[in-house]
Design a protein around this ligand. Structure first.
Ligand SMILES: C[S@@+](CC[C@H](N)C(=O)[O-])C[C@H]1O[C@@H](n2cnc3c(N)ncnc32)[C@H](O)[C@@H]1O
Ligand code: SF4
Length: 392
């Protein structure tokens, strides 16, 4: 049985970071939060009526910067979800937060509203680096935010961005060591990606922002694996680390190809409607999303029924990222397809794939850096799942 979750997207930030291509916008004139709340409620009612009964295992407030929402708004969204669906006992309710003092001051109220996990966007513990990443918080605010998260929530995580311009292995060892001295039982460590059409992409194209070359990035990645494993927080996905059992349930729901409703501007969903899995994409521009929801009850701009082959491709893309790997029996149950044994053997031979259980495959170390290519290779060799796949 796969899990069911709800993703709520808050599409606003206090300022736009120059590396970020998330659907996040700055509104100097303020935001009509009550109007957005009413729209979330309408969208949730819409999807609940279409999807029908289900048990919610996780709710994730992502952004943007959802910690700019008031606790009342967050609480009302949680209550609305709980009115439409059954909340599983111990359902995970995560809120992404920026570690500014103003936002940390709201943590207790978020807890009272039903949030039981926060994920803080720390990015770096170095003030100069934070400045060049365009962050509004300082390193000491980040540490204070982590301390408040630790006091308030039993479960918390924070994000760092590494493989930054001119970052040496020594720099990263020092910074990661600091992170590990402050960490809870979950940590996200992302390599800086130069996203198209961001200010960082322009600087990069102009030769003004040099990121580590693939060998240097690999060295930083290996330091990351070594230090997090020693600290008892091994990677359970390419960029996500946790003590065993402390993985983010919401993250796992995505990567295990579970089912989720997405509400808010730009949110995506994967929903089983009339027995068929659908991909749902929502209007990205916040004000247009609002108008659409007010007019039609939802902000979806694309609702696409996924073919079995498309579902298999998506399940591969998600599952191969995981340390636990992709369950080939589950893949066969999703789309009736399995990768040809010969192609698997070839990719294993090239050091791109590996077995991690009798019927489980995952990206091997080298494959994690070219995951899209590996997925393409596996996806192009899918065949009807008649016989059990060969086991290495
Ligand atoms: C939606 S943001 C998290 C919440 C909050 N807005 C913040 O930035 O603190 C999700 C995370 O994605 C990561 N991220 C965003 N853009 C990135 C990029 N270009 N390269 C690597 N990591 C990135 C950051 O670590 C960020 O914390
Ligand atoms: S990284 Fe976070 S705070 Fe910065 S623009 Fe993106 S979503 Fe907003």
């Amino acid at each position: 049985m796969t899990e069911f979750g709800i993703y709520v997207h808050w599409p606003f930030c206090a300022s736009k970071c120059p590396y970020c291509d998330f659907n996040s916008h700055v509104r100097a004139g303020g935001i009509d939060e009550a109007r957005f709340l009413a729209a979330y409620q309408r969208e949730l009612a819409h999807w609940a009526a279409l999807r029908g009964k289900a048990t919610v295992h996780s709710v994730f407030f992502g952004g943007g910067t959802p910690s700019l929402m008031s606790a009342t708004t967050v609480g009302t969204v949680i209550d609305t979800i709980a009115r439409h669906w059954r909340m599983a006992p111990h359902a995970e309710v995560t809120l992404e937060a920026n570690p500014s003092s103003v936002e940390a001051a709201r943590f207790r109220d978020y807890r009272a509203a039903g949030v039981n996990r926060v994920s803080l966007g720390v990015q770096s513990f170095d003030d100069a680096q934070l400045k060049s990443l365009g962050r509004l918080h300082s390193a000491s605010e980040a540490k204070a935010g982590i301390a408040v998260a630790r006091e308030t929530f039993e479960r918390f995580s924070f994000d760092l961005i590494y493989a930054r311009p001119r970052q040496t292995p020594q720099d990263w060892r020092r910074e990661l060591g600091q992170a590990l001295s402050l960490v809870g039982r979950h940590l996200s460590l992302y390599q800086l990606t130069i996203e198209p059409e961001t200010p960082f992409a322009q600087l990069h194209a102009a030769g003004k922002l040099a990121v580590p070359d693939p060998d240097a990035a690999l060295a930083l990645y290996e330091i990351t694996q070594e230090m997090t494993e020693q600290a008892g927080l091994p990677a359970y996905e390419i960029s996500n680390h946790a003590a065993p059992g402390e993985e983010s349930r919401h993250n796992l729901l995505y990567w295990r190809y579970g089912e989720y409703v997405g509400v808010g501007a730009g949110a995506h969903g994967r929903l089983v409607l009339d027995g068929q899995r659908h991909a749902i994409a929502t209007e990205r521009q916040p004000e247009r999303w609002l108008e659409r929801v007010e007019k039609t009850g939802h902000g979806a701009v694309e609702i696409t029924q996924l073919s079995e082959a498309e579902q298999a491709d998506e399940a591969l893309l998600m599952g191969l990222r995981l340390a636990e790997g992709l369950d080939l029996d589950r893949l066969a149950a999703i789309g009736g397809l399995t990768p040809a044994a010969q192609r698997i053997d070839e990719l294993i031979g090239l050091g791109l794939l590996e077995w991690c259980g009798p019927r489980r495959l995952r990206a091997a170390r080298d494959g994690r850096f070219v995951l899209n290519e590996v997925v393409l290779q596996v996806a192009s060799a899918l065949e009807p799942a008649r016989r059990p796949a060969r086991v290495g």
